[in-house]
Design a protein around this ligand. Structure first.
Ligand SMILES: C[S@@+](CC[C@H](N)C(=O)[O-])C[C@H]1O[C@@H](n2cnc3c(N)ncnc32)[C@H](O)[C@@H]1O
Length: 251
């Protein structure tokens, strides 16, 4: 099962990695069980345990960004080292990604928004248990109401959890909220051309009320939002695909 999910099944994982891999393996089992019970639409109705397990997939996000993302993204290394620089985490869930970035980049302030009060209550626990609570702000807000022009150097947005119409308007608002030269990273599915596998991925994404985008569709989405330097970059097995675009700088 670990191999089918492209999770690391080597025997020499340390205890922390074992917990992370176990949580990542548990998340799709919880999801499929919920779909079979006819509860697929209801992200909020999953148990706290399932939400926290799913969140663990983001625990390495900050470290992955430092190692693989920053070297490719012009201007962001300097921005992330500048106190006061802001990052927006759309659909922050239980805030694992938000905390991971704040831990990795000590100059960064992270704003996490989500529509669900119950999820935000779990997120508040994650932040309270961390050492970076003074630099992570949580807010109940739909991305479609975001109105903070020129505020964030970087934004993360997960397409598989936001319905298509909301995603299109949300991306427009997030782009407006980026500073000139800022980057948007859009998470999306990995479709490898294996028909059954791809169909199951799309089914799960849509059943959960999200948007199933392949690399080409994600790139088009960002170009439609006037972003430049659009690219899909490689990510480790088990992580979502990511496509990035940059807001134009004047001149
Ligand atoms: C899978 S979760 C993200 C996991 C998260 N990164 C973590 O660390 O737990 C996706 C979240 O997006 C939120 N979401 C969906 N539509 C949204 C919208 N229009 N605006 C803001 N958040 C939204 C959902 O409520 C859900 O909590």
């Amino acid at each position: 099962m670990l191999r089918a999910l492209e999770l690391d099944d080597s025997e020499d994982l340390g205890p922390a990695d074992q917990l992370r891999v176990a949580a990542q393996a548990a998340a799709p089992v919880h999801q499929v069980a919920a779909l079979l019970r006819g509860e697929g639409q209801l992200w909020a109705d999953q148990s706290d345990e399932a939400l926290l397990a799913q969140g663990q997939a983001g625990a390495q996000a900050g470290a992955q960004m430092a190692q693989q993302g920053l070297p490719r993204l012009e201007g962001l290394t300097e921005a992330f080292a500048t106190p006061g620089t802001r990052m927006l985490d759309v659909g922050t869930g239980v805030a694992t990604i938000a905390v991971s970035y704040a831990e990795q980049f000590p100059a960064l302030t992270v704003v996490g928004i989500d529509v669900l009060p119950r999820v935000l209550a779990l997120a508040a626990q994650t932040v309270a248990a961390s050492t970076v609570g003074d630099r992570v702000t949580l807010r109940q807000q739909d991305v479609n109401t975001l109105d903070e022009p020129n505020t964030y150097a970087f934004a993360w947005m997960p397409a598989p959890f936001v319905p298509e119409q909301a995603l299109r308007e949300g991306v427009r608002r997030v782009v407006d909220a980026l500073v000139p030269g800022g980057w948007l990273m859009l998470g999306h599915g990995k479709f490898r051309g294996v028909p059954v596998e791809d169909a199951v991925s799309r089914f799960k994404t849509i059943a959960y009320g999200g948007t199933a985008l392949d690399d080409g569709q994600a790139q088009q989405f960002l170009r439609d939002a006037q972003l430049l330097e659009v690219m899909t970059v490689p990510t480790p097995p088990g992580s979502p695909a990511v496509t990035l675009g940059r807001k134009a700088s004047p001149g």
